[in-house]
Design a protein around this ligand. Structure first.
Ligand SMILES: Nc1ncnc2c1ncn2[C@@H]1O[C@H](COP(=O)(O)OP(=O)(O)OP(=O)(O)O)[C@@H](O)[C@H]1O
Ligand SMILES: [Mg+2]
Length: 407
């Protein structure tokens, strides 16, 4: 069918024509903002899920919803960086939010004060004042300038919350890829939000990230459990997965036969990104207007080749030889979470010997630990890909007597 009219969106963060299966999260978000608007408290949320399940798309829907309710929305993608960089990112996010809150010419005392606190917060990372350009205020000495991320961020978010309240609006920070925040950064954010919640201020943060959100300890853990829900999103249920394929086709005057849909669901397991890639490939081979099972069969090799080349291969290319050996051994055991010792056993090693490799794969975001002692792929169908990419198990090189003696 006409490639120009192809209605599927196999791109990271691309809003699909039909966003399916996310009604519960949308309702939770709506309730959060509505309750906070009237000064009530409500748990915020950090959406977790594997690669390609639609976390970024969902944050995009949250943005539209928040704008509809006249909230100030600031979106940022977090990256793995030091505290200085994190501070800069917060400065940029809060600066944007102050300008969004009300036009500068009409800034009230509260907004001006928040700008002054922001200036204090930024001084250590930006003495020249480039990041806070255009605000024309002096730093609020004694606030947000202790060089303690947690205390400084609390001062900042409280000042911004008061400014938001004063302008009759709320502020929601949407942070994507939160698994890249260090424990210290996440703790600082959590404890700052704890302060704003205590004071009933309309500021909140909604995050999204891989299911390995930093392990928190002590107070931060108990705050985080009270302040946040951690809803998990995954593959779509049968009806939603079918609709995610059918609705875009219908919008272009095409449709699917039932057995074509059955096969498409089997191939994609209902994962949103895979649905988009398969839908896209099928569109390219089908004569239409009804897409048949034969069309899907014809498209599957193209779909797999596309996934292998882009989605999967880039991840494997970043791995060292030892990491590949580990990933391949894991794939041998199947798609589920695997015990460290079982994976090590496949390649004739003890789990302690493979510990550093496993830790590095977790650090790279290829694996995560759903529970203690287990690791799973962060990318759906990665096990199948590994079997395609490396058909035979690879064994680690023989170790010398000396290294063996050390174990
Ligand atoms: N609810 C949905 N229904 C159908 N398709 C969806 C849905 N959500 C997302 N998609 C599609 O799935 C793909 C992945 O979406 P998105 O980039 O939001 O995933 P992600 O979870 O943020 O992935 P990553 O962890 O790699 O950042 C996109 O092609 C998008 O169009
Ligand atoms: Mg994303």
């Amino acid at each position: 069918m006409d490639p120009v009219a192809n209605p599927y969106t196999p791109n990271a963060g691309a809003q699909p024509l039909a966003v399916r299966g996310r009604d519960v999260q949308m309702q939770t978000f709506d309730l959060l903002l509505r309750r906070m608007s009237v000064g009530r408290t409500e748990q915020s949320m950090i959406i977790t899920g594997l690669r390609g399940v639609g976390k970024t798309v969902l944050l995009g829907k949250f943005r539209s919803k928040a704008q509809e309710l006249n909230w100030v929305v600031v979106e940022r993608e977090v990256s793995k960086h030091d505290d200085e960089h994190f501070r800069r990112q917060m400065v940029s996010a809060i600066r944007t939010s102050l300008f969004e809150m009300s036009p500068k010419a009409r800034w009230s005392d509260r907004v001006l004060r928040a700008a002054a606190v922001l200036k204090s917060f930024s001084i250590s990372v930006d003495p020249a004042g480039t990041l806070t350009g255009g605000m024309d205020v002096d730093a609020a000495e004694g606030f947000a300038d202790q060089q303690d991320l947690q205390a400084d961020l609390s001062d900042l978010l409280v000042a911004v919350g008061e400014a938001a309240q004063d302008t009759g609006r709320g502020l929601v920070l949407l942070f994507d890829e939160v698994q890249f925040l260090s424990t210290k950064q996440l703790e600082a954010l959590i404890s700052a939000l704890h302060k704003t919640v205590q004071r009933g201020l309309p500021v909140t943060m909604v995050g999204a990230g891989l299911p390995q959100i930093a392990e928190l300890a002590g107070d931060a853990k108990s705050y985080s459990e009270r302040l946040f829900k951690f809803p998990h999103i995954g593959n779509l249920e049968d009806g939603d997965a079918r609709a995610a394929l059918v609705e875009p086709a219908n919008a272009e005057g095409a449709g699917y036969s039932n057995d074509a849909l059955d096969l498409a669901l089997e191939v994609t397991s209902g994962y949103p990104y895979f649905i988009q890639e398969l839908g896209y490939a099928v569109w390219g081979v089908a004569a239409g207007p009804t897409i048949t099972r034969d069309d899907v069969e014809l498209a599957v090799p193209l779909y797999e080749a596309k996934l292998d080349e882009s989605f999967f291969r880039v991840r494997l290319d970043r791995a060292t030889e030892m990491e590949r050996i580990y990933l391949r051994a894991m794939a041998e055991l199947g798609p589920e979470a695997q015990k460290a010792q079982d994976v090590a056993a496949v390649i004739g090693r003890k789990s302690t010997q493979m510990g550093p490799t496993r830790a590095q794969l977790i650090n790279m975001g290829l694996l995560y630990t759903p529970e203690h002692g287990y690791a799973a792929f962060t990318v759906p169908h990665f096990d199948k890909f590994m079997l395609r990419a490396i058909p035979d198990l690879i064994m680690p090189p023989e170790r010398s007597k000396k290294t063996r003696a050390k174990d």
